[in-house]
Each structure stands twice: as C-alpha cells, then as structure tokens.
Design a protein around this ligand. Structure first.
Ligand SMILES: NC(=O)c1ccc[n+]([C@@H]2O[C@H](COP(=O)([O-])OP(=O)(O)OC[C@H]3O[C@@H](n4cnc5c(N)ncnc54)[C@H](O)[C@@H]3O)[C@@H](O)[C@H]2O)c1
Ligand SMILES: [Zn+2]
Length: 350
C-alpha cells in the first residue's frame, strides 16, 4: 500500500505545497470557526462545502454529490487534479472515496480537523460510505498522498472535543503497549496540547498495525477494533459522539477481559490506577446503566448488522491481555449481551 507523507505544521499550508490544480472539499462549519481558515479557503479555485455527519456518507445521496463534483472539475485533467479534504472523519471518509473513484482516482490530501480524524481516521487509507443505517458498507483502500496535521486547525475545536479523541489515543497505546503506553499512563491530564504531543507516536503506531495487513486480508488489522464492537452499538443507539462511545467500549473490553481471565487482576488494577483511565468514565456508562430489556433487543440487532460479524451470530471481539498484547476471539452476540448485563449489575450493586 502507498505510504502517505506526513507533515506537522502550526499553520495552514501554502496552496503550492498541496498540488497543481486543487479542489477543496471541506466541512462547512470550519469558515465559521476560524477567520484564518475562511481567508485560506477563499484562495482555492474549486471548492465543495459539505455538512459533516453520517448523512454525508449516505450512498443514496452520493449520486447528487458526485454529479456536482464532476461538473466542478470538468475542465481539469485527472493528471493535474488534487482533492484536498479538510474535516473530521465523515468528511475524510467521503472525500477520500470521491478521490478514489473520480476520473479513476486522483491525488488526495487529507487535513483532519477533529482529534478523532487526526489520531485515527485520516490514516490507514480506508474510505467509506453507509448503506441505509449500516455504516461503512462501501469503500476503498486509498491512502492519501499527503496528510497535513495542522495545529491551529485542530485547536479550533472546543476543548471538550479532546476527550473524544482521547479514546482513540488510549486504544492505540493499549494495542501497541511499550513506550507509548508507558508515557501516556503517566499523564495527569488530557487536553488539546497533550493530544498534539502524542500525535506522531499514535499515528506511527497505527501505521505499524496497518502495515501488517494493509487491506484487511489476513484479519490482523482487526485488532484496531478494540473497544469498537460495543462502542458502535452505543454510538448508534444513544446517538453519542463516536469518541465518547469508544471510551466506554474500551472500558467494557477491559472488564470483560478480566472476567474471562484473559487479563490478570494485577494488570487490570495497574491500568485502572493510571490517571488517564479516569477519562474512560464517560456519559455512555450512564446510558448503559439505564438499559432495559427492550434496549437489549435493539443492541442485538445493531451487533448483528456490524459488518465485522463472521458466521450468523458470532463476532470477532478484541480482548486485551495487557498493553501490547490483544487477543481476538470469536464470541456470540448473546455472550456480549450477557456480559453487558453482568457489568451493569456489577456497577449497580458492586
Ligand atoms: N476511515 C477510517 O479508518 C475511520 C476510522 C474511524 C472513524 N471513521 C469515521 O469517522 C467519523 C467520525 O469522525 P468525526 O467525529 O471526526 O466526524 P465528523 O466529521 O462527523 O465531525 C464531528 C463534528 O465535528 C465538527 N467539526 C469538525 N471539525 C471541527 C472543528 N475544527 N471545530 C469545531 N467543530 C468541528 C463537524 O462539523 C461535526 O459536527 C465516522 O463517520 C466514522 O465512521 C473512519
Ligand atoms: Zn474509532
């Protein structure tokens, strides 16, 4: 798989560093958040603003988008065209998909504007569209030629958003362990500056995992789903931001790994004692505590629509033995629901 070049900059790059003829696909909120961005985007000859979110990734709406984009680019040759995508994960998934199919593939620059995209989704080359409520059913592997991590753009997010990106940082640091987890476990507080500091190491760690199985043919890349099986259910059902739901999903995986004897109590307590683990106690936990039998029925449906399911009623679930050692086991959807109920009881009654 093609390697993306990575640049860390404090300010938005010069247009001449991006490519020859540029089409900017950007989240329409960004010019409202930053005057610098507003001025910068005005110098792009071709622009396509989009409204971020899962609707943008809807395959049903895609024909309208692509017709307008084809019209915009009709006088540009595919050899010269570069699509510059600025936004969070939804804009990145959409814009990456467009670049991968427009004129049979044009150059792509990704410039993430959310922590979640900067740490995770802009890297690894996956693009995606949703089919109805089923997420990411269509997509391509299409790594960006260049990825720009722009500090001022990321800092234009409200500070609480750092909490959402933190789950992805914690996920990758538990997957790879070693110095990344060692250093992160000592942090007292998570804020935007701390996330910025960890970006290079987190991206390098994700790229290392992706390199073992770039197009998900061997099942090794699946490990990046740590915390995501249950996280996705809570995200969809309670309409939580992805990162908030993933924080709970990680906590769930940790507790289930202990329950199954995959993780020792000593390791579990060590992880719980790290100051950063306090950030896992997310609002998703409150949602879960109010779960009723009728909710579980819907959870079952959502788990079964997860595209990573294997045979009829089983899923490949990522457990954690210790930081740097994750284990994938096939579990049934019922096993997950039973464990959710067990954790709820444990939480309520100790
Ligand atoms: N391709 C991958 O490998 C991969 C991996 C993980 C997640 N994803 C996808 O990423 C998406 C979630 O990512 P996300 O949370 O970044 O999504 P998003 O693009 O929906 O952004 C979330 C919100 O933040 C706003 N926003 C963006 N930048 C901002 C800024 N600088 N300041 C203020 N507000 C800003 C957006 O308008 C939106 O309301 C999902 O669609 C998920 O499927 C993809
Ligand atoms: Zn994620």
């Amino acid at each position: 798989m093609k390697k993306s070049s990575l640049s860390f900059t404090s300010e938005l790059p010069r247009l001449s560093d991006l490519g020859e003829e540029l089409l900017l696909i950007y989240d329409e909120v960004l010019p409202k958040k930053s005057t610098t961005f507003r001025k910068w985007m005005q110098s792009f000859p071709l622009k396509y603003p989009v409204k971020a979110g899962e609707d943008l990734k809807s395959v049903a709406r895609f024909p309208q988008h692509i017709s307008r984009i084809v019209d915009l680019c009709q006088n540009v040759s595919n050899r010269k065209l570069t699509i510059v995508v600025v936004g969070g994960g939804s804009v990145g998934d959409f814009g990456g998909f467009v670049a991968s199919i427009l004129k049979r593939g044009v150059r792509l620059v990704q410039m993430p504007s959310t922590w979640l995209a900067a740490i995770d989704s802009a890297h690894g080359g996956k693009t995606a569209l949703n089919v109805g409520a089923a997420k990411n059913q269509i997509g391509t592997f299409y790594p960006a030629d260049k990825i720009f991590l722009v500090k001022s753009l990321l800092l234009s997010q409200p500070e609480p958003r750092a909490f959402e990106g933190f789950g992805e940082l914690l996920k990758i640091s538990w997957i790879v362990g070693g110095p990344l987890w060692k250093q992160l476990s000592r942090e007292k507080e998570i804020n935007a500056n701390v996330l910025w500091k960890y970006l290079p190491a987190a991206i390098q760690a994700k790229n290392k995992v992706v390199a073992t199985d770039p197009e998900e043919k061997k099942g090794l890349r699946h490990i990046l789903n740590l915390g995501h099986t249950v996280g996705h259910v809570l995200e969809a059902y309670y309409k939580l931001p992805h990162g908030v739901a993933i924080n709970y999903g990680l906590d769930f995986s940790l507790r289930w790994s202990l329950q199954k004897g995959i993780m020792s109590r000593k390791t579990f307590e060590g992880l719980q004692q790290a100051p950063v683990s306090g950030y896992l106690l997310s609002p998703a936990r409150d949602c879960l505590l109010s779960t009723k039998a009728s909710d579980l029925k819907e959870f079952r449906h959502l788990l079964l629509s997860d595209k990573k399911k294997t045979k009829a009623q089983t899923l490949r679930f990522v457990f954690i033995k210790k930081p740097g050692a994750c284990i994938i086991r096939e579990v049934s959807v019922d096993d997950i629901l039973i464990e959710l109920c067990r954790q709820k009881e444990e939480e309520l009654h100790g």
